[in-house]
Design a protein around this ligand. Structure first.
Ligand code: NAD
Ligand code: IPM
Ligand code: MN
Length: 356
């Protein structure tokens, strides 16, 4: 089992170190190879995704990824910015299916900014299409406007687009995932305004004909953003495009108590996967030893389940995380009165101990 370990920037290095300790404590044989990515790779090699890092990722059974980005790189040309590393990995590895499960552990019901009864028992799965949409659509750029409200002035543009096969394959992923859960899919779109998302809705509806046992609901993205905080438990599987999925998954993270709790798996058609927390490099708390490593540790559990065929080890990690939460240990992001505040390393060590 070969794992490419790409910690990246900011809290990425801190949280990935804890996930690696947890993996090493399982008593399984892994070949783990570390490489630079993001701003760290730019500083060392002049590129956020060096050829050697991409090769390593492509040749591995799975990638464990931390986070990339820092404000200090914001002035670089776009192809050199740290974020291009994760976008490049997703594109080159064909990681089109992004699973972001928002599960509220009972112990954290009080940590969320929402009322306990809204989130107690919450278990929803956001499936975000990850290699299409306005993120990758061409053309994009800047130019002098020839029409519009202000012809002759500078303007910028991006292209939102989805092909039929791109929508079909993510719809299949969503319906199949729902079959193993509560058999309900909410497809989130903006079909009332955007042609791309009317097409999305039409194609998802077409694919649904093959899954009569699964309920399909369509919802506009603005309403979905509202419903997610009004009645989140009404959702089971949410499937949506790249950009809406980015935004809604950050919103959903607060249903679990903190963005530091939301893991993710990004899969391609070959079963390879990249596993990363849904959050970023958190420059505001980087280097302080206070970041929550649980989203990354839970991402490692998803890696064991989805890419490495070790479901028992995945269960063990998830049980250990719950045990640590039951012990009352909390990083600052999930702290509430009556619990014990710990740092990143203490939290990781507690999970390792709980595995035993
Ligand atoms: P962010 O997710 O890094 O941070 C948002 C807020 O959540 C911050 O207040 C941060 O302190 C907090 N937070 C995030 N993770 C946490 C954790 N594990 N424990 C405790 N608190 C946590 O988003 P941002 O501030 O908008 O972006 C920062 C940088 O990260 C940017 O450069 C952005 O592009 C990048 N980013 C990268 C990824 C990725 O690598 N996949 C994802 C999102 C953002
Ligand atoms: C995420 C991040 C990335 C995205 C950025 C860093 C490119 O926000 O993984 O959610 O927008 O997909
Ligand atoms: Mn995001």
């Amino acid at each position: 089992m070969k794992i490419a370990v790409l910690p990246g920037d900011g809290i990425g290095t801190e949280i990935v170190a804890e996930a690696v300790n947890v993996l090493n404590a399982l008593g399984l044989k892994f070949e783990m190879e570390h490489a630079l990515v993001g701003g760290a790779a730019f500083d060392a090699h002049g590129h956020p995704l060096p050829e050697s890092t991409l090769k390593l990722a492509m040749a591995s059974d799975a990638v464990l990824f931390g986070a990339v980005g820092d404000w200090k790189y914001d002035k670089l040309d776009r192809p050199l910015r740290p974020e291009q590393a994760i976008l490049g990995l997703r594109k080159h590895m064909g990681l089109f299916a992004n699973f972001r499960p928002a599960i509220c552990y009972e112990q954290l019901v009080g940590a969320s900014s929402l009322k306990p009864e809204l989130i107690s028992g919450l278990d929803i799965l956001i499936i975000r299409e990850l290699t299409g949409d306005i993120y990758f659509g061409q053309p994009r750029g800047r130019r002098t406007a020839v029409d519009g409200h202000f012809p002759g002035t500078e303007e910028a543009f991006d292209t939102m687009r989805y092909s039929k096969p791109e929508i079909e394959r993510i719809a299949h992923v969503a319906f199949q995932a729902a079959r193993k859960r509560n058999k309900k899919v909410t497809s989130v779109d903006k079909a009332n305004v955007l042609e791309t998302f009317q097409f999305w809705k039409d194609v998802v509806t077409e694919v649904h004909a093959q899954y009569p046992d699964v309920e399909l609901q369509h919802m506009y993205v603005d309403n979905a953003a509202m419903q997610l905080v009004k009645a989140p438990k009404a959702f089971d599987v949410v499937v949506t495009g790249n950009m809406f999925g980015d935004i809604l998954s950050d919103e959903a993270s607060m249903l679990t108590g903190s963005i530091g709790m939301l893991p993710s798996a990004s899969l391609n058609a070959k079963g390879q996967g990249l596993y990363e927390p849904s959050h970023g490099s958190a420059p505001d708390i980087a280097g302080k030893g206070v970041a929550n490593p649980l989203a990354t540790i839970l991402s490692a559990a998803m890696m064991l389940r989805f890419s490495l065929n070790q479901p028992d080890a995945a269960d063990r990690i998830e049980a250990a995380v719950q045990k640590v939460l039951a012990q009352g240990l909390r990083t600052p992001d999930i702290y509430s009165e009556g619990t014990t505040k710990v740092g990143t390393a203490e939290m990781g060590a507690a999970v390792v101990k709980a595995l035993a």
